[in-house]
Design a protein around this ligand. Structure first.
Ligand SMILES: C[S@@+](CC[C@H](N)C(=O)[O-])C[C@H]1O[C@@H](n2cnc3c(N)ncnc32)[C@H](O)[C@@H]1O
Length: 293
């Protein structure tokens, strides 16, 4: 039920229950724009969530309301970036879905050490890397596995970590996390080896050491782009908990790009609830882990 007195000319209003709402028309203008720019499909069930996130920008810019904000976003490319920063869902964690890291360590890296012994290089891409926990978990896994499988000498490990959101990429590149974010199961030894404790006097933070950071390049990349700017293929692609926000057309596009940019014997890791659209391109080899057909 609408609280009629509370309806504002700005295109949003509050219901009698006090929840923030937005007119159907304005909601579909925003979601249409977000889909056309980022491929993120936001259905009517996301109305409250989208409205409250957009209202943060309305407040920050001291605008009258969402209608004015819509015009601003259409005219100002930087604000479009800010809108995507606040719309995207960035939930992540170190060693999330740990079975993938176990598989990387137990099967994928040992296999690559054989098949890439001439180039002595491993290329991994974390697509939709959010605030960096995923690519750092990959880096730690590679470092630990290579050390455990000595003598292997120097291997050139390159990890590319990309996201559409500049906000999360900045946080990822800084590599500073709350100590409580680091899973206890991973253990103190790994923490000591790859992180420094404290940041600017705050003892509840940890910082990724530079030797780990140096393995990773953080870059902005919108997966909606028609082409991706890579010359060489990747041995491993992680794209986990990203495609859940895409519709089938966008999933098909992204999967066909992964097919193109993955080495013939490479591995693709998806999130636990992500379906493989275009099954003929990939076959499952482990839990939500695929190889090219
Ligand atoms: C839920 S996080 C997943 C993080 C990590 N992969 C994990 O599984 O923990 C989803 C990330 O995908 C990014 N994303 C959403 N749409 C994107 C697009 N079109 N291009 C690139 N990244 C996108 C979001 O900004 C967000 O950081």
């Amino acid at each position: 039920m609408w609280d009629v007195e509370n309806i504002q000319a700005c295109g949003s209003c509050r219901t009698a229950g006090g929840e923030l709402e937005i007119s159907d028309e304005l909601f579909s203008r925003f979601t249409g724009l977000i889909y056309s720019v980022a491929g993120i499909r936001l259905g009517p069930g996301k109305k409250i969530l989208v409205t409250s996130r957009l209202m943060r920008r309305v407040k920050a810019l001291e605008l009258e309301g969402l209608t004015e904000y819509f015009h601003r976003v259409k005219e100002d490319e930087q604000e479009l970036v800010e809108m995507l920063n606040c719309i995207s869902t960035n939930t992540t964690n170190f060693f999330r879905e740990n079975h993938h890291f176990e598989f990387l360590k137990g099967r994928v890296i040992p296999e690559l050490l054989q098949s890439r012994k001439d180039e002595r290089g491993i290329r991994i891409w974390s697509a939709g890397c959010s605030t960096g926990e995923e690519p750092y978990s990959i880096a730690l896994t590679v470092c630990e596995t290579l050390q455990g499988l000595r003598p292997h000498g120097f291997w050139d490990t390159k990890i590319l970590a990309t996201d559409i959101s500049t906000k999360v990429l900045n946080a990822a590149a800084a590599g500073i996390y709350l100590l409580e974010q680091f899973p206890e199961t991973v253990g103190e030894a790994l923490l000591k080896k790859y992180f420094l404790k404290g940041n600017n006097g705050s003892s509840d933070s940890i910082r990724v050491k530079d030797n780990v950071k140096n393995l990773i390049r953080f870059r902005k990349l919108n997966l909606k782009e028609k082409t991706y700017p890579f010359k060489k293929t990747f041995d491993v692609i992680f794209c986990r908990n990203v495609m859940i926000y895409f519709d089938d057309d966008m999933k098909r596009h992204v999967l066909s790009m992964y097919h193109k940019h993955l080495a013939d014997d490479g591995y693709l890791f998806l999130g636990h609830s992500e379906s493989m659209v275009g099954q003929e391109k990939f076959r499952p080899v482990h839990i939500t882990t695929y190889k090219k057909n």
